[in-house]
Design a protein around this ligand. Structure first.
Ligand code: GLU
Length: 273
């Protein structure tokens, strides 16, 4: 798709790979020149070593080859913390002590959209918030969206499939960049790593188009390069639902055990030889 581009497949080892993953991996591997594999395993409660092993085995069986070393996100929390510190020193983050119940109550009181944080902790006195943090109170770190956008101005990205897109990160409110239980977040790690690894073409499912609005914002704030994007369609089952681990989508392993060849599975994933 772009000759010489650096692409990556970035699964989370939370289950066995299914046809949807095969599609994403083959799409990435065939879209550019250099192909990287990254394990997005920051959520220790959901990731398991046997799924990591299965990722290597299933992708090799499928005929994919990637550059070593594989980046394993859980080994890099210090780097993500350093990014958070830089954003914090620019007063672009604030600690949020809200529980899910607090947020639900505030949202319903304000009749606001359920998926947008109502900003309860944004107005806390910074000194008092710091005391609560120092006392060990559980908190997330949220991006102050208005402040961040005031620094960057309007943002866009180029998508090879969807064309030029104007970003609308405000629609997602003050997103979480470090969770209470995990000291980083998907948005932060994926953007940091794509920049660090020199990924020039980010390929992923079109369900993540809105996530890219946040990623462009982080790139602009941190001075990281802007990659090209290709958000591909998702493979669907017979009823038109997207494949998901929880729905017991056929795993690559099950297909292999049922006697399918790698070429057949590549074709099922939308990439006939
Ligand atoms: N770990 C993410 C996923 O499994 C990667 C998405 C992305 O490519 O940014 O969906």
């Amino acid at each position: 798709m772009i000759q010489g581009a650096v692409t990556r497949f970035a699964p989370s080892p939370t289950g066995l790979l299914h046809l949807g993953h095969a599609h994403a991996a083959l799409f990435a591997a065939r879209a550019g020149g250099r192909f990287l594999l990254r394990l997005e395993d920051i959520d220790a409660t959901r990731c398991r070593p046997e799924f990591t092993e299965a990722i290597f085995e299933d992708l090799s069986w499928l005929g994919l080859r990637w550059e070593e070393p594989v980046r394993v996100q859980s080994a890099h929390f210090a780097e993500y913390r350093a990014v958070l510190h830089r954003l914090q020193s620019r007063r672009l983050l604030y600690p949020c002590f809200c529980t899910r119940a607090d947020i639900a109550a505030a949202v319903s009181a304000q009749h606001g959209p359920a998926h947008i944080y109502p900003g309860t902790c944004r107005g806390l006195d910074p000194g008092l918030a710091a005391v609560r943090v120092a006392a060990g109170e559980a908190h997330a770190l949220r991006l102050d969206m208005a402040r961040a956008l005031a620094e960057t101005g309007p943002l866009t990205f180029q998508d090879l499939i969807h064309g030029p897109r104007r970003c609308d990160p405000t629609a997602q409110g003050d997103v979480v960049l470090a969770r209470k239980d995990i000291p980083a977040s998907y948005h932060l790690c994926v953007t940091h790593d794509d920049a660090l690894q020199g990924v020039t073409l980010v390929t992923r499912g079109e369900d993540l188009l809105e996530a890219t609005d946040i990623h462009r914002l982080l790139q602009a704030l941190m001075g990281w390069p802007e990659p090209s994007y290709a958000h591909h369609t998702l493979i669907r089952d017979g009823e038109g639902r997207r494949l998901a681990k929880r729905d017991k989508a056929p795993t690559l392993r099950a297909l292999r055990e049922a006697g399918r060849s790698p070429a057949e599975v590549r074709a099922m994933a939308g990439f006939p030889d």
